[in-house]
Design a binder for this molecule. Structure first.
Ligand code: BG6
Length: 475
Protein backbone atom coordinates (compact mmCIF):
# COMPACT_ATOMS: atom_id res chain seq x y z
CA UNK A 1 0.00 0.00 0.00
CA UNK A 2 1.37 3.44 -0.98
CA UNK A 3 0.16 6.85 0.10
CA UNK A 4 -2.96 7.34 -1.96
CA UNK A 5 -3.34 10.38 -4.19
CA UNK A 6 -6.18 11.62 -1.96
CA UNK A 7 -4.13 11.21 1.23
CA UNK A 8 -5.00 14.16 3.47
CA UNK A 9 -2.14 16.44 4.46
CA UNK A 10 -2.68 19.36 6.76
CA UNK A 11 -3.18 20.40 10.34
CA UNK A 12 -5.60 20.59 13.25
CA UNK A 13 -6.76 23.49 15.38
CA UNK A 14 -9.48 23.92 18.01
CA UNK A 15 -11.85 26.88 18.36
CA UNK A 16 -11.12 27.76 21.98
CA UNK A 17 -7.36 27.72 21.35
CA UNK A 18 -7.39 30.02 18.33
CA UNK A 19 -10.56 32.03 17.84
CA UNK A 20 -10.66 34.54 20.67
CA UNK A 21 -13.72 36.82 20.31
CA UNK A 22 -15.09 34.97 23.31
CA UNK A 23 -18.10 37.24 23.77
CA UNK A 24 -18.66 38.48 20.23
CA UNK A 25 -21.60 37.99 17.89
CA UNK A 26 -23.79 36.28 20.46
CA UNK A 27 -21.33 33.67 21.73
CA UNK A 28 -22.08 32.50 25.26
CA UNK A 29 -19.47 31.73 27.90
CA UNK A 30 -17.93 28.27 27.56
CA UNK A 31 -15.99 26.14 30.01
CA UNK A 32 -12.52 27.14 28.78
CA UNK A 33 -13.35 30.84 29.06
CA UNK A 34 -12.91 30.47 32.83
CA UNK A 35 -9.40 28.99 32.69
CA UNK A 36 -6.29 31.13 33.29
CA UNK A 37 -2.79 30.66 31.88
CA UNK A 38 -0.43 28.36 33.74
CA UNK A 39 2.96 26.94 32.89
CA UNK A 40 4.86 23.65 33.12
CA UNK A 41 4.63 22.64 36.78
CA UNK A 42 2.07 25.33 37.59
CA UNK A 43 -1.52 24.35 36.89
CA UNK A 44 -3.97 26.58 35.06
CA UNK A 45 -6.46 28.28 37.37
CA UNK A 46 -10.08 27.29 36.96
CA UNK A 47 -12.38 30.10 38.05
CA UNK A 48 -16.08 30.13 38.87
CA UNK A 49 -16.51 33.60 37.39
CA UNK A 50 -14.50 35.95 35.19
CA UNK A 51 -12.25 38.17 37.30
CA UNK A 52 -11.12 41.62 36.22
CA UNK A 53 -7.45 41.97 35.36
CA UNK A 54 -6.88 38.23 34.94
CA UNK A 55 -5.70 36.77 31.62
CA UNK A 56 -7.96 34.06 30.21
CA UNK A 57 -6.17 32.93 27.03
CA UNK A 58 -9.34 31.77 25.23
CA UNK A 59 -10.74 35.30 25.31
CA UNK A 60 -8.27 36.43 22.68
CA UNK A 61 -6.80 33.15 21.36
CA UNK A 62 -4.67 34.14 18.37
CA UNK A 63 -7.57 36.19 16.99
CA UNK A 64 -8.34 33.57 14.35
CA UNK A 65 -11.97 34.71 14.49
CA UNK A 66 -11.00 37.91 12.68
CA UNK A 67 -7.87 36.76 10.87
CA UNK A 68 -8.83 33.37 9.45
CA UNK A 69 -8.67 34.44 5.77
CA UNK A 70 -5.00 35.40 6.24
CA UNK A 71 -4.24 32.16 8.12
CA UNK A 72 -6.02 29.91 5.66
CA UNK A 73 -4.15 31.56 2.80
CA UNK A 74 -0.91 30.53 4.49
CA UNK A 75 -2.18 26.95 4.98
CA UNK A 76 -3.07 26.88 1.29
CA UNK A 77 0.41 28.12 0.43
CA UNK A 78 1.83 25.12 2.29
CA UNK A 79 -0.37 22.91 0.12
CA UNK A 80 -2.79 21.72 2.81
CA UNK A 81 -5.50 19.44 1.49
CA UNK A 82 -7.25 19.28 4.88
CA UNK A 83 -7.73 21.41 7.96
CA UNK A 84 -9.37 20.09 11.09
CA UNK A 85 -11.32 22.81 12.86
CA UNK A 86 -13.78 22.64 15.73
CA UNK A 87 -17.12 24.31 16.15
CA UNK A 88 -17.55 26.14 19.41
CA UNK A 89 -20.88 24.89 20.75
CA UNK A 90 -21.29 28.14 22.69
CA UNK A 91 -21.32 30.17 19.45
CA UNK A 92 -24.25 28.12 18.15
CA UNK A 93 -26.24 27.57 21.34
CA UNK A 94 -24.87 30.21 23.75
CA UNK A 95 -26.53 28.59 26.76
CA UNK A 96 -26.59 25.06 25.38
CA UNK A 97 -30.32 24.69 25.93
CA UNK A 98 -31.54 27.74 23.95
CA UNK A 99 -34.67 27.16 21.89
CA UNK A 100 -33.11 28.53 18.69
CA UNK A 101 -29.52 28.65 17.46
CA UNK A 102 -27.47 31.81 17.11
CA UNK A 103 -27.52 32.78 13.43
CA UNK A 104 -24.27 34.75 13.60
CA UNK A 105 -22.46 31.72 15.01
CA UNK A 106 -23.66 29.48 12.21
CA UNK A 107 -22.70 32.06 9.62
CA UNK A 108 -19.20 32.34 11.01
CA UNK A 109 -18.58 28.61 10.47
CA UNK A 110 -20.25 28.64 7.05
CA UNK A 111 -17.93 31.43 5.97
CA UNK A 112 -14.91 29.69 7.47
CA UNK A 113 -15.73 26.47 5.63
CA UNK A 114 -16.30 28.40 2.38
CA UNK A 115 -12.90 29.99 2.78
CA UNK A 116 -11.31 26.53 3.08
CA UNK A 117 -13.20 25.21 0.09
CA UNK A 118 -12.03 28.20 -1.95
CA UNK A 119 -8.53 26.68 -1.69
CA UNK A 120 -9.77 23.09 -2.06
CA UNK A 121 -8.88 22.38 1.56
CA UNK A 122 -11.19 19.73 2.99
CA UNK A 123 -12.70 20.82 6.30
CA UNK A 124 -12.66 18.14 8.97
CA UNK A 125 -15.09 19.35 11.56
CA UNK A 126 -14.91 18.42 15.24
CA UNK A 127 -18.19 18.98 17.06
CA UNK A 128 -16.75 18.93 20.57
CA UNK A 129 -13.20 19.99 21.33
CA UNK A 130 -13.52 21.14 24.95
CA UNK A 131 -16.08 23.87 24.08
CA UNK A 132 -19.21 23.33 26.15
CA UNK A 133 -21.50 26.20 27.19
CA UNK A 134 -20.86 26.75 30.91
CA UNK A 135 -24.61 26.87 31.51
CA UNK A 136 -24.83 23.14 30.83
CA UNK A 137 -22.40 22.53 33.67
CA UNK A 138 -24.12 24.90 36.10
CA UNK A 139 -27.71 24.02 35.33
CA UNK A 140 -27.47 20.33 34.50
CA UNK A 141 -24.23 19.17 36.12
CA UNK A 142 -22.53 18.52 32.76
CA UNK A 143 -22.37 15.12 31.05
CA UNK A 144 -23.34 13.23 34.15
CA UNK A 145 -26.86 14.34 33.27
CA UNK A 146 -28.42 12.43 30.40
CA UNK A 147 -30.23 15.58 29.16
CA UNK A 148 -26.90 17.00 28.04
CA UNK A 149 -26.72 14.20 25.45
CA UNK A 150 -29.94 15.53 23.91
CA UNK A 151 -28.69 19.12 23.89
CA UNK A 152 -25.48 17.96 22.22
CA UNK A 153 -27.45 16.08 19.56
CA UNK A 154 -29.54 19.14 18.81
CA UNK A 155 -26.34 21.12 18.32
CA UNK A 156 -24.95 18.36 16.07
CA UNK A 157 -28.11 18.34 13.99
CA UNK A 158 -27.95 22.11 13.53
CA UNK A 159 -24.39 21.88 12.24
CA UNK A 160 -24.89 18.75 10.10
CA UNK A 161 -27.67 20.66 8.34
CA UNK A 162 -25.89 24.04 8.20
CA UNK A 163 -22.79 22.56 6.55
CA UNK A 164 -24.45 19.84 4.52
CA UNK A 165 -22.81 19.33 1.15
CA UNK A 166 -19.75 21.33 2.19
CA UNK A 167 -18.32 19.10 4.89
CA UNK A 168 -18.02 15.36 4.56
CA UNK A 169 -15.56 14.54 7.37
CA UNK A 170 -16.89 14.98 10.88
CA UNK A 171 -15.53 14.18 14.33
CA UNK A 172 -18.01 13.73 17.17
CA UNK A 173 -15.61 14.33 20.08
CA UNK A 174 -11.99 15.11 20.76
CA UNK A 175 -10.25 12.93 23.35
CA UNK A 176 -13.17 11.94 25.55
CA UNK A 177 -10.84 9.20 26.81
CA UNK A 178 -8.80 11.75 28.77
CA UNK A 179 -11.57 12.37 31.28
CA UNK A 180 -9.74 10.60 34.10
CA UNK A 181 -6.56 12.43 35.18
CA UNK A 182 -5.83 9.75 37.79
CA UNK A 183 -4.48 12.37 40.16
CA UNK A 184 -5.92 14.99 42.51
CA UNK A 185 -3.09 17.29 41.48
CA UNK A 186 -4.34 17.53 37.93
CA UNK A 187 -7.77 19.07 37.61
CA UNK A 188 -7.35 20.25 34.06
CA UNK A 189 -8.09 17.01 32.20
CA UNK A 190 -11.55 16.35 33.65
CA UNK A 191 -12.31 20.05 33.41
CA UNK A 192 -11.27 20.34 29.77
CA UNK A 193 -13.52 17.45 28.79
CA UNK A 194 -16.52 18.09 31.03
CA UNK A 195 -16.17 21.42 32.85
CA UNK A 196 -15.82 19.71 36.24
CA UNK A 197 -12.88 19.76 38.64
CA UNK A 198 -11.65 16.28 39.45
CA UNK A 199 -10.70 17.26 43.00
CA UNK A 200 -14.26 18.44 43.67
CA UNK A 201 -16.02 15.27 42.54
CA UNK A 202 -17.52 13.40 45.47
CA UNK A 203 -17.95 10.02 43.84
CA UNK A 204 -15.11 10.18 41.34
CA UNK A 205 -15.19 6.71 39.82
CA UNK A 206 -18.97 6.66 39.35
CA UNK A 207 -19.09 10.20 37.91
CA UNK A 208 -16.27 9.63 35.43
CA UNK A 209 -17.75 6.32 34.30
CA UNK A 210 -21.18 7.91 33.79
CA UNK A 211 -19.70 10.82 31.84
CA UNK A 212 -17.61 8.43 29.73
CA UNK A 213 -20.71 6.36 29.03
CA UNK A 214 -22.90 9.33 28.10
CA UNK A 215 -20.26 10.73 25.78
CA UNK A 216 -19.75 7.38 24.09
CA UNK A 217 -23.49 7.06 23.64
CA UNK A 218 -23.74 10.65 22.38
CA UNK A 219 -21.03 9.94 19.82
CA UNK A 220 -22.87 6.87 18.50
CA UNK A 221 -26.17 8.76 18.37
CA UNK A 222 -24.47 11.64 16.51
CA UNK A 223 -23.02 9.21 13.96
CA UNK A 224 -26.45 7.73 13.33
CA UNK A 225 -27.95 11.20 13.00
CA UNK A 226 -25.20 12.49 10.71
CA UNK A 227 -25.59 9.49 8.41
CA UNK A 228 -29.34 10.08 8.21
CA UNK A 229 -28.91 13.75 7.35
CA UNK A 230 -26.33 13.02 4.67
CA UNK A 231 -25.32 9.45 3.78
CA UNK A 232 -22.13 10.90 2.25
CA UNK A 233 -20.92 11.94 5.70
CA UNK A 234 -17.88 10.14 7.08
CA UNK A 235 -18.04 10.44 10.81
CA UNK A 236 -15.29 9.50 13.22
CA UNK A 237 -14.23 10.11 16.78
CA UNK A 238 -10.80 11.34 17.88
CA UNK A 239 -8.86 9.73 20.71
CA UNK A 240 -5.63 10.78 22.37
CA UNK A 241 -3.78 7.51 22.53
CA UNK A 242 -0.45 6.60 24.02
CA UNK A 243 0.99 3.14 23.60
CA UNK A 244 1.81 1.76 27.05
CA UNK A 245 4.89 -0.45 27.25
CA UNK A 246 5.57 -2.80 30.17
CA UNK A 247 8.65 -1.77 32.14
CA UNK A 248 10.12 -5.25 31.69
CA UNK A 249 9.12 -8.80 30.81
CA UNK A 250 7.51 -9.57 34.18
CA UNK A 251 4.07 -10.90 33.11
CA UNK A 252 2.36 -8.75 35.76
CA UNK A 253 3.84 -5.66 34.12
CA UNK A 254 2.80 -6.86 30.69
CA UNK A 255 -0.77 -7.35 31.87
CA UNK A 256 -0.76 -3.94 33.58
CA UNK A 257 0.40 -2.25 30.36
CA UNK A 258 -2.27 -4.12 28.40
CA UNK A 259 -4.99 -2.98 30.82
CA UNK A 260 -3.80 0.60 30.72
CA UNK A 261 -4.24 0.58 26.96
CA UNK A 262 -7.82 -0.60 27.47
CA UNK A 263 -8.42 2.70 29.21
CA UNK A 264 -7.84 4.45 25.88
CA UNK A 265 -9.62 1.78 23.84
CA UNK A 266 -12.81 0.78 25.63
CA UNK A 267 -14.76 3.61 24.01
CA UNK A 268 -13.33 2.80 20.59
CA UNK A 269 -14.49 -0.78 21.19
CA UNK A 270 -17.99 0.53 21.95
CA UNK A 271 -18.00 2.67 18.81
CA UNK A 272 -16.67 0.00 16.47
CA UNK A 273 -18.03 -3.25 17.84
CA UNK A 274 -21.61 -2.03 18.12
CA UNK A 275 -21.97 -2.66 21.85
CA UNK A 276 -20.59 -1.35 25.12
CA UNK A 277 -17.75 -3.73 26.03
CA UNK A 278 -18.53 -6.44 28.54
CA UNK A 279 -15.04 -6.32 30.09
CA UNK A 280 -15.60 -2.67 31.05
CA UNK A 281 -18.98 -3.42 32.58
CA UNK A 282 -17.42 -6.24 34.61
CA UNK A 283 -14.67 -3.90 35.78
CA UNK A 284 -17.27 -1.31 36.80
CA UNK A 285 -19.31 -3.88 38.66
CA UNK A 286 -16.21 -4.89 40.55
CA UNK A 287 -15.71 -1.27 41.61
CA UNK A 288 -19.35 -0.82 42.62
CA UNK A 289 -20.07 1.42 39.63
CA UNK A 290 -23.49 1.17 38.05
CA UNK A 291 -24.48 2.21 34.55
CA UNK A 292 -28.02 2.30 33.26
CA UNK A 293 -28.00 0.80 29.77
CA UNK A 294 -31.46 0.71 28.23
CA UNK A 295 -32.58 -1.32 25.22
CA UNK A 296 -32.82 1.98 23.32
CA UNK A 297 -29.15 2.64 24.15
CA UNK A 298 -28.20 -0.78 22.84
CA UNK A 299 -29.85 0.11 19.54
CA UNK A 300 -27.87 3.34 19.40
CA UNK A 301 -24.60 1.41 19.82
CA UNK A 302 -25.72 -0.95 17.05
CA UNK A 303 -26.54 1.81 14.58
CA UNK A 304 -23.89 4.40 15.34
CA UNK A 305 -20.55 2.80 14.65
CA UNK A 306 -17.88 5.19 13.40
CA UNK A 307 -16.48 5.36 9.86
CA UNK A 308 -12.90 6.17 10.83
CA UNK A 309 -10.72 6.48 13.90
CA UNK A 310 -9.00 9.78 14.62
CA UNK A 311 -5.70 9.33 16.39
CA UNK A 312 -3.94 12.08 18.33
CA UNK A 313 -0.41 10.88 18.95
CA UNK A 314 2.27 12.68 20.93
CA UNK A 315 3.99 10.26 23.26
CA UNK A 316 4.19 6.76 24.68
CA UNK A 317 4.45 5.67 28.29
CA UNK A 318 5.59 2.85 30.53
CA UNK A 319 3.66 0.81 33.08
CA UNK A 320 4.74 -1.12 36.12
CA UNK A 321 2.52 -3.29 38.27
CA UNK A 322 2.41 -2.06 41.86
CA UNK A 323 -0.51 -4.04 43.21
CA UNK A 324 -4.24 -3.79 42.69
CA UNK A 325 -4.38 0.02 42.92
CA UNK A 326 -1.81 0.62 40.18
CA UNK A 327 -3.01 3.00 37.49
CA UNK A 328 -0.23 5.27 36.27
CA UNK A 329 1.12 6.25 32.86
CA UNK A 330 3.75 8.77 31.80
CA UNK A 331 1.78 11.56 30.13
CA UNK A 332 -0.53 11.50 33.13
CA UNK A 333 2.22 11.57 35.72
CA UNK A 334 3.62 8.01 35.57
CA UNK A 335 6.85 6.41 34.44
CA UNK A 336 9.25 7.72 31.83
CA UNK A 337 10.97 5.53 29.29
CA UNK A 338 14.77 5.57 29.75
CA UNK A 339 15.23 4.81 26.04
CA UNK A 340 13.45 7.95 24.88
CA UNK A 341 14.17 11.69 24.98
CA UNK A 342 11.39 13.98 26.18
CA UNK A 343 10.09 17.38 25.15
CA UNK A 344 10.58 20.34 27.50
CA UNK A 345 7.17 19.46 28.92
CA UNK A 346 8.19 15.89 29.72
CA UNK A 347 6.38 14.15 26.84
CA UNK A 348 8.35 11.11 25.59
CA UNK A 349 9.37 11.46 21.94
CA UNK A 350 8.72 8.11 20.30
CA UNK A 351 8.27 7.98 16.51
CA UNK A 352 8.33 4.17 16.46
CA UNK A 353 5.45 4.27 18.93
CA UNK A 354 3.34 5.78 16.16
CA UNK A 355 3.99 2.81 13.87
CA UNK A 356 3.22 0.46 16.74
CA UNK A 357 -0.01 2.26 17.57
CA UNK A 358 -1.18 2.43 13.96
CA UNK A 359 -0.66 -1.32 13.66
CA UNK A 360 -2.25 -2.09 17.02
CA UNK A 361 -5.35 -0.04 16.21
CA UNK A 362 -5.75 -1.09 12.60
CA UNK A 363 -5.48 -4.79 13.37
CA UNK A 364 -8.12 -4.44 16.07
CA UNK A 365 -10.74 -2.68 13.93
CA UNK A 366 -9.67 -2.62 10.26
CA UNK A 367 -11.14 0.87 9.96
CA UNK A 368 -9.44 3.79 8.22
CA UNK A 369 -7.29 5.79 10.63
CA UNK A 370 -6.63 9.50 10.36
CA UNK A 371 -3.74 10.92 12.34
CA UNK A 372 -5.61 13.94 13.61
CA UNK A 373 -2.84 15.41 15.78
CA UNK A 374 0.91 15.00 16.08
CA UNK A 375 3.57 17.53 16.90
CA UNK A 376 6.21 18.94 19.18
CA UNK A 377 5.51 21.67 21.69
CA UNK A 378 8.72 23.72 21.83
CA UNK A 379 10.07 27.15 22.65
CA UNK A 380 10.98 29.04 19.49
CA UNK A 381 13.59 31.79 19.30
CA UNK A 382 13.71 34.48 16.69
CA UNK A 383 17.32 34.49 15.48
CA UNK A 384 19.35 37.58 14.61
CA UNK A 385 18.41 37.16 10.95
CA UNK A 386 14.74 37.54 11.98
CA UNK A 387 14.04 33.88 11.15
CA UNK A 388 12.91 30.96 13.31
CA UNK A 389 15.10 27.96 12.57
CA UNK A 390 13.00 25.22 14.12
CA UNK A 391 15.08 22.22 13.05
CA UNK A 392 13.95 20.32 16.21
CA UNK A 393 10.35 20.49 14.98
CA UNK A 394 11.31 19.33 11.48
CA UNK A 395 13.28 16.46 13.03
CA UNK A 396 10.33 15.39 15.21
CA UNK A 397 7.76 15.54 12.42
CA UNK A 398 10.01 13.97 9.82
CA UNK A 399 10.70 10.95 12.04
CA UNK A 400 7.00 10.50 12.79
CA UNK A 401 6.04 10.74 9.12
CA UNK A 402 8.70 8.15 8.28
CA UNK A 403 7.20 5.72 10.78
CA UNK A 404 3.70 6.44 9.53
CA UNK A 405 4.86 5.63 6.00
CA UNK A 406 6.32 2.33 7.17
CA UNK A 407 2.98 1.50 8.78
CA UNK A 408 1.21 2.25 5.51
CA UNK A 409 3.67 0.89 2.98
CA UNK A 410 5.13 -2.08 4.81
CA UNK A 411 2.46 -3.00 7.37
CA UNK A 412 -0.53 -2.23 5.14
CA UNK A 413 -2.31 0.02 7.61
CA UNK A 414 -5.07 2.07 5.99
CA UNK A 415 -4.06 5.51 7.25
CA UNK A 416 -5.91 8.19 5.30
CA UNK A 417 -4.33 11.39 6.52
CA UNK A 418 -1.72 13.16 8.58
CA UNK A 419 -2.61 16.38 10.37
CA UNK A 420 -0.10 18.16 12.57
CA UNK A 421 -1.32 19.81 15.73
CA UNK A 422 -1.34 23.60 15.71
CA UNK A 423 0.06 24.36 12.23
CA UNK A 424 -0.10 27.94 13.45
CA UNK A 425 1.00 28.71 17.03
CA UNK A 426 -1.94 28.63 19.41
CA UNK A 427 -2.83 28.51 23.09
CA UNK A 428 -1.72 25.29 24.82
CA UNK A 429 -4.66 23.34 26.20
CA UNK A 430 -2.99 21.88 29.26
CA UNK A 431 -0.83 24.86 30.26
CA UNK A 432 -2.51 27.87 28.60
CA UNK A 433 0.89 29.04 27.40
CA UNK A 434 1.65 30.64 24.06
CA UNK A 435 5.32 29.77 24.48
CA UNK A 436 4.56 26.05 24.01
CA UNK A 437 4.52 26.37 20.24
CA UNK A 438 3.67 23.75 17.62
CA UNK A 439 3.29 25.85 14.48
CA UNK A 440 4.87 26.26 11.07
CA UNK A 441 3.65 29.83 11.44
CA UNK A 442 4.86 31.94 14.34
CA UNK A 443 2.36 34.20 16.08
CA UNK A 444 3.75 37.23 17.86
CA UNK A 445 2.03 36.78 21.20
CA UNK A 446 3.59 35.96 24.56
CA UNK A 447 2.37 34.23 27.70
CA UNK A 448 1.16 37.54 29.14
CA UNK A 449 -0.96 38.13 26.06
CA UNK A 450 1.33 40.83 24.69
CA UNK A 451 2.36 41.07 21.04
CA UNK A 452 1.29 42.28 17.63
CA UNK A 453 -0.28 38.93 16.58
CA UNK A 454 1.79 39.19 13.39
CA UNK A 455 2.20 35.88 11.53
CA UNK A 456 5.72 34.84 10.40
CA UNK A 457 6.75 31.69 8.52
CA UNK A 458 9.20 29.46 10.35
CA UNK A 459 11.80 27.26 8.59
CA UNK A 460 9.40 24.34 9.03
CA UNK A 461 6.88 26.14 6.80
CA UNK A 462 8.96 25.56 3.66
CA UNK A 463 9.84 22.07 4.83
CA UNK A 464 6.20 20.99 5.27
CA UNK A 465 5.33 22.55 1.93
CA UNK A 466 7.92 20.26 0.30
CA UNK A 467 6.69 17.24 2.26
CA UNK A 468 3.18 17.77 0.93
CA UNK A 469 4.30 18.60 -2.59
CA UNK A 470 6.40 15.43 -2.75
CA UNK A 471 3.67 13.32 -1.16
CA UNK A 472 5.86 12.56 1.81
CA UNK A 473 9.00 11.55 -0.08
CA UNK A 474 11.08 14.65 0.70
CA UNK A 475 11.47 14.50 4.42
C1 BG6 B 1 -4.39 17.31 22.45
C2 BG6 B 1 -5.57 18.24 22.36
O1 BG6 B 1 -4.56 16.49 23.52
O2 BG6 B 1 -3.16 17.86 22.73
C3 BG6 B 1 -5.23 19.66 21.96
O3 BG6 B 1 -6.53 17.72 21.48
C4 BG6 B 1 -3.97 20.09 22.69
O4 BG6 B 1 -6.31 20.49 22.23
C5 BG6 B 1 -2.85 19.15 22.25
O5 BG6 B 1 -3.61 21.41 22.48
C6 BG6 B 1 -1.48 19.50 22.77
O6 BG6 B 1 -1.51 19.70 24.14
P1 BG6 B 1 -0.96 21.03 24.78
O7 BG6 B 1 -1.24 20.92 26.20
O8 BG6 B 1 0.48 21.04 24.46
O9 BG6 B 1 -1.68 22.15 24.13
Amino acid sequence: MKLKSDFLWGGSIAAHQVEGAWDEDGKGPAIMDFVTAGEYGQARGIHKSIQAGVRYPSHTGIDFYHRYPEDIKLFAEMGFTALRISIDWSRIYPQGDDSTPNKAGIEFYQNLVDELLKYKIKPIVTLYHFEMPINLVRKYGSWENRQVVDHYLRFCETMFRALKGKVSYWVTFNEMNHIDPQSEASDIFTYIIAGLKYSELTNKAQTLATIGYHMTLASCAAVELGHKIDPENKIGCVFGIEPVYPINSDPDNILTAFKQMDRDFYQIDAMCKRKFPQYKLAEYKDQGIELVISTADQEIFKNGSIDFIGMNYYASSVAEYKGAQEKNSALFGGLQNPFLPTSKWGWAIDPVGLRYLLNYTYRKYELPIMITENGLGAIDQIDSDGQIHDSYRIDYLSKHIQEMKKAIEIDQVNCIGYLTWGPIDLVSATTGQMSKRYGFIYVDLDDQGLGTLKRTKKASFDWYQKVIESSGTQL
